[in-house]
Design a protein around this ligand. Sequence first.
Ligand code: PLP
Length: 451
Amino acid sequence: MELGANSKEIREQINELFSAILMEQQKFMQIKSADPDKIDLLQRAVKDLKKFRGQELIYPYISSGRGHGPFTELIDGSIKYDLIGAMGVNLLGHSHPLYIKSQLEAATTDTMMLGNLLPYQSQLKLNQILLDSVSGTKLEHFWFSGSGSMAGDTAIKILWQKTAPKYKVITFTGAFAGRSLGMLNITQEPNYSEGIPKTFEVLTVPHYNYHDPQNSLANTLRELDKIWEKEKDDISSLMIELVQGEAGFIFAPRDFYKGIFEWAKEKGIYIFVDEVQTFARTTQLYAFQHFGLEEYVDVVTIGKALQTCGTFYTNELNPRPGLLGGTFAGPNSSLIAGEKTVKYLLEGNFYGENGRIHRLEKTFVSKLQKLELKGKISDIRGIGVMASFQVGDGSHDLTFKVLNTFFKNGLICFKGGKKPSRVRFLIPLSITEAHIEEIFKIIEDSIDEEL
Ligand SMILES: Cc1ncc(COP(=O)(O)O)c(C=O)c1O
């Protein structure tokens, strides 16, 4: 236990509090409909929040702060399965003992948010465990950020300082890199940058094409060659998500990435892999390890499941003093949780061919395949604890109708992709076989309700 204020009494009380919180949270372990007398409370709160934000909520969801494992309680007393986990954040599940412990430990320290100017031990420890986890690559440094988008901005700044005056970035169709002014240039969805000027030039080539797997690599290489021909004096780097999340989980066999990365290395183009969503979710801690691409990566961003975010980079790319900075390194509880999460994942039986993540992938995919055989869904994709599929014609309206029916029936997930839209799961590791059975019953019943 890593404590600030530390005495026998504090340690004992923390242990008691830890057990009391966990036992209380464990009461929220099965789906339940709303309490009739609290339905208004949720409706009013959702209306108020919409007014305050000026933006509609996707789901009528406001958490009570209670939940356990894959379950989350709303303020109307209903309990639902959470298969999106705040968009990939709650990999370990709600009220995971490590999350509770991290917050209690952080409460004994003398501040809440840590800064970059006067670091704490939690920064040092998380840095250490992260850099140990990428041994076997050229990545030697890591800089914390408050969001995946800011980690992406850091990545681009580092790359540009090295390659100036070459600033153009190659990316892939369907890319999502976040919503900062920098990352919006890379993010391909036009609605996310409506009315926003581009601030740097991105050159887009096709990602893997499921409809033409044989020719995918050759087609992308042909486009890369064309770009090179025209722009060779201006290209800085290539940014890729090995598994595209927002695009509905698009990923390729290893040879596709290998071919592209070898092309880039031959031209002296730096490779930036965005693992903000894939971090910890494939059969290795990093998707670049899952695909055996360790030798190629120059910059890697991570976030979400780590409970904080940041950017790995090689010593060759280490920028001159002044480029990196910023007030916050992150909340102490998040940095403590980040270290505990990485340690837990690497020491437990999560990764590898026979690890829990691969077993969950196989279970989800085989259950989805059964639904496909019954004609209820199509075009299944699953890798690690990420899975998606299409319902009906994959129209936006039908997909959201189905998602809302899932929600009503006790299952929260989200969409990915566009034309067709897809149903997307970011599965928590706390899920059991019994949960999966119940979840698939909800999926099937809900689809029957809508189709
Ligand atoms: C691949 C990828 N990169 C970057 C981001 C941006 O992260 P954040 O929303 O924390 O800024 C996301 C978020 O969904 C993502 O999926």
